[in-house]
Write a protein that binds this ligand. Structure first.
Ligand SMILES: [Zn+2]
Length: 177
């Protein structure tokens, strides 16, 4: 590899790392404590010259947050000096809550929202989907598994409202999909 080419590759690598660092700071509009990276919706970051192209997979279809997120991602990268910035969406494979990172789950819990348990629908290679039975939802505050569902919908359609029977506090549960 020529020295010039090696330098170009190193520049692209550091620009890509810089773009990811910017994205780590872009919050989910519904749960601002979690970044778009924590949510696992950033599918691809491609740096080309001064520009960057980002591919996002929307979370819940019909979640109005998607346009807000795309705009925030665009503005953050443009603000960091990338030009041009293109943001596109890829809908397949569909996002599932399994894509939320461990760091994202910790942040949700610290924020008082029970993260989705690992029971999103999974599929083997056969024709029938396998659904792993939902475990109970643990209280994000005291960790008790003695909780009850109050409402299928919390502050947004993406969350359900629960109450802890141990510490008596209500909390939201990020529903697995
Ligand atoms: Zn509790």
């Amino acid at each position: 590899m020529s020295a010039v080419l090696a330098k170009a590759n190193a520049d692209a690598e550091s620009a890509t790392a810089r773009a990811w660092a910017v994205l780590e700071q872009v919050p989910d509009p519904e749960v601002p404590v979690v970044s778009v990276c924590d949510l696992g919706i950033v599918r691809d970051v491609a740096v080309q010259g001064q520009g960057v192209a980002v591919v996002l997979t929307p979370t819940y279809s019909g979640c109005p947050a998607t346009e807000v997120i795309a705009q925030s991602v665009h503005d953050a990268l443009a603000g960091a000096g990338f030009d041009p910035v293109t943001v596109s969406t890829r809908r397949a494979p569909a996002w599932t809550t399994d894509w939320i990172s461990d760091a994202g789950r910790r942040k949700l819990r610290a924020y008082g929202i029970a993260p989705p348990s690992g029971n999103a629908a999974v599929h083997d290679d056969g024709p029938r989907p396998i659904r792993i039975h939902a475990r109970g939802v643990d209280c994000p505050r005291c960790g008790s598994s003695q909780t009850e569902k109050l409402s299928a919908f919390g502050s947004t359609a993406c969350k359900a409202l629960y109450r802890c029977l141990a510490c008596r506090e209500p909390f939201e549960y990020f529903k697995p999909i």
